[in-house]
Ligand binder design. Structure first.
Ligand code: FCB
Length: 459
């Protein structure tokens, strides 16, 4: 295959999230989050796994940062755990929680690694959930206050701030189908959550900028939605509906166009959108310097009156059939299709022009743990399928750049094997293997391959 070179200054990095790697669930005054509650609820997470210990990154961050430096990462995206900073969501700031991110930030900067902060990667303080969580408007206001508290401590050193990670998941999986914390199953609650998450983003973005933050963004997981039959009008309508629920419901208001009329009409069939108040859309449209894109897999749909729909997309029953994966899949069962990433980036750049983009997550789960045949006698882990996945998606990203997309960087998901939400530790996304019995880190072949990609700025 042809050589592929990325633009000068293209940012190479890796991403993680607090609850998935930190552990130390009770250290230094950390409060409870909805994922603590959820993971302890029988039947919610595979084999009752929790994030109590995870990768113990809270205590091992210095070694992990040294490993990042060895791999040549230019950037590291991590999330701050709200319950460490404000243990009950609203009350006084807990300085010991901030101390951890202070140490982590300094360790990264010492090694020349640019920290990219995500303020909310799903670990809402449980006390706020007890008051309604994201279905409640006050959560949006508390989020902005918390964001400012983090900025007050780290703002002198952190350049890039992203507010939310994948609000689609927080809202639809957390409140719609209950697969994620807090586990509610109510379409109306899901849409309230969408709005309050966006409002929280807007309030936080405005506050951060006023406090001096220079680069403020948000990370979404927009879908590349494609029709089963490109010639079918019914399939095109299904694409439009799913695109509305996953893409336009976020991207349109974020970029100043307000909620799309067809989406509001769809929502109104399930819940009266009285929670959208005058002026909210203006707040949500706070200027964005960066849009983070997380992409793993494409979505194919058909329009069918008897379609099963999906509980993750309220109101798609009896309208949409989500097609099963065809061709190769990852260990998540997600279809592997790099071309979907090109299509998605090109589409977002075309429909929402002027927004610098960054791939804030992309990667694959493959069953490459040290006990599988993938490890050789010396214990090295040859994750050829992950390398193929990453290679394909980097080529797809490069293709988007050559078609004019303003793509600034690529952050692999994930640096470490970690707690994969409802799947617990059984799904491994890391380019670095973690042995959960002794917390030993072993870079997989993909890590060494990525190191090479970074040093060549290409493939
Ligand atoms: C994304 C999440 C991330 C990780 C990957 C596999 O939806 O943002 O935390 O779980 O999926």
């Amino acid at each position: 295959m042809n050589d592929v070179r990325f633009p000068e200054g293209f940012v190479w990095g890796a991403a993680t999230a607090a609850y998935q790697i930190e552990g130390a669930a009770r250290d230094d005054g950390r409060g409870e989050s909805i994922w603590d509650t959820f993971s302890r609820t029988p039947g919610k997470v595979f084999a009752g796994h929790t994030g109590d210990v995870a990768c113990d990154h809270y205590h091992r961050y210095a070694d992990d940062v040294a490993l990042m430096a060895e791999l040549g990462l230019a950037a590291y995206r991590f999330s701050v755990a709200w319950p460490r900073i404000r243990p009950d969501g609203t009350g006084p700031v807990n300085p010991r929680g901030l101390d951890f991110y202070d140490r982590l930030t300094d360790a990264l900067l010492d090694r020349g690694i640019d920290p990219i902060v995500t303020l909310y990667h799903w670990d809402l303080p449980q006390t706020l959930q007890d008051r309604g969580g994201w279905t409640s408007r006050e959560t949006a206001e508390h989020f902005a206050d918390y964001a400012l508290a983090v900025h007050a401590r780290l703002g002198d050193r952190i350049r890039t701030w992203t507010t939310l990670n994948e609000p689609w998941c927080s809202a639809y999986l957390g409140y719609g189908n209950g697969v994620h914390a807090p586990g509610e199953q109510d379409a109306g609650a899901a849409f309230r959550a969408v709005h309050h998450l966006l409002l929280g983003h807007g309030l936080a973005a405005r506050a951060l900028r006023a406090a001096g933050a220079r680069t403020v963004g948000i990370t979404l997981n927009p879908a590349d939605v494609a029709p089963a039959d490109p010639a079918s009008a019914a399939d095109a309508a299904a694409v439009r509906l799913v695109d509305g629920l996953q893409n336009r419901i976020f991207l349109d208001p974020l970029t100043g166009a307000g909620y799309p009329a067809d989406v509001l009409e769809h929502v109104a069939r399930m819940v009266e959108p009285t929670f959208v108040r005058d002026g909210d859309e203006k707040i949500i449209a706070a200027p964005l310097d960066l849009l983070g894109i997380n992409y793993y897999s494409p979505t194919y749909v058909a329009g069918r009156p008897d379609g099963a729909g999906s509980s993750a997309y309220p109101g798609t029953e009896q309208a949409v059939e989500f097609l099963p994966a065809t061709g190769p899949v990852s260990d998540m069962g997600w279809q592997i299709e790099p071309a979907g990433l090109t299509r998605l980036l090109v589409r977002i750049a075309a429909d929402y022009p002027g927004l610098p983009l960054m791939i804030t997550e992309n990667g694959g789960a493959f069953p490459d743990d040290g006990r599988s045949p993938a490890a050789d006698a010396a214990g090295r882990i040859h994750d050829a399928d992950r390398i193929a996945y990453l290679d394909g998606h980097l080529r797809a990203a490069h293709e988007a750049i050559s078609r004019g997309v303003d793509l600034r960087g690529y952050l692999v998901w994930s640096l470490l094997d970690n707690f994969e939400w409802a799947e617990g530790y059984r799904k491994r996304f890391g380019i670095v293997h973690v042995d959960y019995l002794n917390q030993r880190r072993t870079p997989k072949s993909s890590a060494r391959w990525y190191q090479e990609v970074i040093s060549r700025n290409g493939l």
